[in-house]
Design a protein around this ligand. Structure first.
Ligand SMILES: [Zn+2]
Ligand SMILES: [Zn+2]
Length: 66
């Protein structure tokens, strides 16, 4: 699955390092580059040893953990 970054409209690929796909939402999938997401302050690194990050969906405002 691939799509356009919500912020810069560059290509985002599912499974690629630094590429984020939010597809757990009802009627939309949102594609983000990690650096674009960080630049727009929608990524929250979770504390602890895991590398999971919580991402605030720019489309609907729901938080999704990738
Ligand atoms: Zn981007
Ligand atoms: Zn959403």
């Amino acid at each position: 699955m691939s799509g356009e970054c919500y912020f810069c409209h560059g290509l985002v690929f599912d499974g690629e390092t630094g590429h984020i796909v939010l597809d757990g939402h009802a009627d939309h999938a949102v594609f983000l580059h990690q650096e674009c997401a960080e630049g727009h302050d929608v990524v929250e690194e979770s504390p602890g040893p895991s590398d999971e990050a919580a991402v605030l969906c720019p489309e609907c405002g729901e938080v999704e953990v990738s």
